[in-house]
Design a protein around this ligand. Structure first.
Ligand code: MG
Length: 203
């Protein structure tokens, strides 16, 4: 399986990092070794001093597809969950400055924790899904799928022009504003529509 992440999909987040809002979706990949499941802890990497959480809605691909038309895209995912696109911000800034790829900053071991997934049938309106996360009990990020620059369907369609999507692939759909640093012993909790789906301890 593969993990594909959309960058800069919420205007306010692009602004907070001083990035331009892209005309077409920006995406990058993480390997399977980035996954954390079952609320296992995240081990703070020794190569970074500024690791950030980015809370994102995650689509689970349920059908093999290539060159998917946007109007049929919904047939290709059947579950939505919550994940963290964990980012070594100091390394990412270095990569951006030098024009290098982001993998060192974005795709390292443990950089993609995901929680429990919910079936699509739980969501009457895919353009109105609320999610939020708490860090040590305080809400630090809040988002709604309606604020995305590129919708779930447009993202699935766009990615499938380049990559064949396979069953079990995960698509991280971008983070709203409010990203920030993780510290040792932090407790992170992620929610969709008030239901807790992810818990993560930083070790
Ligand atoms: Mg992200």
């Amino acid at each position: 399986m593969k993990i594909i992440c959309i960058g800069r999909n919420y205007r306010e987040h692009a602004k907070e990092l001083g990035h331009e809002v892209p005309v077409e979706p920006v995406f990058f990949c993480k390997p399977e070794s980035a996954l954390i499941v079952n609320n296992q802890p995240f081990f703070y990497p020794d190569f970074s001093h500024n690791v950030h959480y980015e809370t994102e809605l995650v689509l689970k691909i349920s059908r093999i597809g290539k060159n998917i038309e946007e109007r049929f895209a919904q047939r290709y995912y059947d579950e939505i969950g919550l994940g963290l696109d964990i980012t070594a911000r100091d390394i990412q800034n270095e990569c951006i400055k030098k024009g290098l790829p982001w993998e060192k900053a974005k795709a390292f071991d443990g950089s993609a924790p995901v929680g429990k997934f919910l079936p699509l049938s739980r969501f009457p309106d895919l353009k109105n899904i609320n999610f939020h996360c708490n860090l040590n009990g305080q809400t630090v990020q809040k988002g709604n799928s309606g604020e995305m620059i590129n919708s779930f369907d447009s993202v699935v369609s766009f990615i499938s022009k380049y990559f064949t999507l396979k069953i079990g692939d995960l698509i991280f759909t971008g983070t709203p504003a409010g990203v920030g640093p993780l510290k040792l012993e932090d407790k992170f909790e992620g929610y969709i529509e008030g239901e807790k789906l992810l818990e993560l301890r930083v070790k």
